[in-house]
Write a protein that binds this ligand. Structure first.
Ligand code: B12
Length: 432
């Protein structure tokens, strides 16, 4: 067991293990810097750019954005109510604005709860019915034999159940049953890079159901599934200490923090994860606002499950905008990046020259401007999602995977990843 194990064993005896997954000693300037990175996003109020996850993350943190925050929630309410409650095909035939997905509606409901509101009234009830309908449709898509495919994902399915749960809205046992089955049999949840995130989200939904006792006849099955999720996440710990990868670690820690069955093994794993995460904060690994929004609650010892009874009076420090860094007047250094596309014919390989520090999206734009390369993206809460390359659109259950050649999938999207000189980036059409 070693010294560390012995210490944890002792702490366990003292009942202190439950807090061992909590991150308490992070430098407050590092946390503040994370919060500051969210501020510019709070000025982007177009329906495409509004992101309820940012609001949730901030409210569960120890930081606040002053008047901006209330204004942001107001914009979220206007946008989500308008698009969700508008009939599917408006009279003017202009229905080009996509309606929020199941997961986006769920995040919106979490945002309301983060402001200590319960959905209610006629409009609120319609949103709840809509989310329940989404879940019922997905349940039907999975089918009796559990072999069918969801239109969204188990991640969004879990998010939907969690959002209804924190509003104390009961969903049918059969809806919860599909998520339980998926965790019990797990094959559907194990899609490489997304499995820990999905497991964690399912676990957060189960934690909420367990605490709220909304589905009493499934109580034992829920507790067992929760333990199973915890075990799977612990097994997915990398040698560096991350659960899955650095970006799934915040959600995993949200789940483990609230664990009702702390063990020595859990304590050791969390200590390692905390150290790894703290090192990554020093290295500015968290730039994406969605990722920051999932991390901030963890740095405040909170999780989405705390939205069952949020503390809206807790003191939070006011965020000041980050001081502007003066633009550098140097002549930019150029780098060469090789862009390779497989899965299309004729195949495509081309070298692109861009200023050092450019994002992969800049590389793609440059290739498009100067050659036959073509690409399209769709806005999402994580940023621009690559949907089509060289005229080939990813079909159902397919996506354009982004890799560093020869075979390493990137852990960031095209807007965030900054290739280095001489690197080869491959875009590969794959099924999931
Ligand atoms: C499900 C999922 C996928 C599915 C999405 C399709 C589906 N079945 O729904 C698939 C497998 C296709 C996928 C692909 C990718 N993913 Co993914 N994905 C997720 C997951 C688990 C849930 C997303 C979700 O539903 N959110 C909730 C809804 C309400 O939000 P949304 O914005 O409406 O959801 C859409 C976007 O998230 C988009 N999407 C999914 N992944 C990514 C990644 C990026 C960078 C972008 C811009 C968009 C995007 O698909 C969702 C459905 O339409 C998250 C986990 C997490 N912690 O957030 C990872 C996550 C967002 N993905 C990630 C990554 C890295 C990718 C890839 C870049 C991997 C790669 N090397 O190719 C690709 C995207 C490439 C591209 N074409 O642009 C990282 C992002 C980390 C970061 N730094 O931002 C996450 C956090 C996983 C992780 N721990 O590494 N993903």
């Amino acid at each position: 067991m070693g010294h560390l194990g012995a210490l944890l064993f002792l702490l366990g005896g003292l009942g202190a293990l439950a807090q061992i997954c909590e991150i308490t000693e992070v430098d407050s300037t590092l946390v503040e810097r994370l919060g500051q990175r969210l501020l510019p996003w709070m000025d982007r109020l177009s329906p495409e750019q509004l992101n309820p996850s940012i609001y949730v993350g901030l409210r569960l943190s120890r930081l606040q954005a002053g008047a901006k925050e209330a204004h942001y929630l107001h914009s979220l309410k206007l946008s989500y109510q308008q698009s969700l409650l508008r009939p599917s095909s408006s009279k003017d035939g202009n229905d080009s604005e996509a309606k929020p997905s199941m997961g986006q509606l769920a995040l919106y409901l979490l945002a309301l709860r983060a402001n200590c509101e319960f959905v209610g009234g006629r409009k609120g009830d319609r949103l709840v019915s809509q989310l329940k309908r989404f879940l019922e449709d997905e349940k039907a898509a999975i089918g009796h034999n559990h072999q069918g495919h969801l239109r969204t994902s188990y991640y969004q399915y879990g998010l939907g159940i969690l959002a209804l749960c924190v509003h104390q809205k009961r969903v049918h046992d059969s809806v919860v049953g599909k998520l339980l089955y998926a965790v019990e049999h797990e094959s559907h949840l194990l899609q490489d890079h997304v499995s820990v995130d999905t497991m964690a989200m399912a676990g957060l939904a189960f934690s909420c159901l367990e605490l709220s006792n909304l589905n009493p006849s499934q109580r034992d099955r829920i507790s067992l599934a929760l333990r199973r999720v915890q075990e799977k996440i612990l097994k997915a710990q990398t040698p560096e200490g991350y659960f899955g990868n650095v970006y799934s670690t915040p959600l995993a820690l949200q789940l483990l923090t609230g664990s009702l069955s702390p063990t020595v093994e859990l304590g050791m794993a969390c200590l390692k994860a905390k150290a790894a995460l703290q090192a990554s904060l020093q290295h500015k690994t968290f730039q994406n606002p969605l990722m920051i929004s999932q991390l901030l609650p963890v740095l405040n010892q909170k999780s989405y499950v705390d939205l069952i009874s949020p503390d809206c009076q807790a003191p939070r420090a006011l965020l000041e905008p980050a001081p502007e860094t003066p633009p550098q007047a140097q002549v930019p250094e150029f780098i060469d990046v090789v862009l390779k596309v497989s899965g299309v014919s004729p195949s495509y390989t081309h070298s692109v020259s861009v200023p050092a520090g450019s994002s992969l999206e800049d590389v793609l734009k440059n290739a498009q401007e100067h050659g036959r390369f073509r690409f399209r993206t769709q806005a999402s809460l994580s940023g621009p999602f690559l949907t089509s390359v060289l005229g080939k659109k990813a079909g159902e259950r397919e996506f354009w995977q982004v890799l560093q050649a020869p075979d390493t999938p990137l852990q960031q999207g095209i807007a965030d990843y900054r290739p280095k000189d001489g690197e080869t980036i491959e875009l590969r059409l794959v099924s999931w």
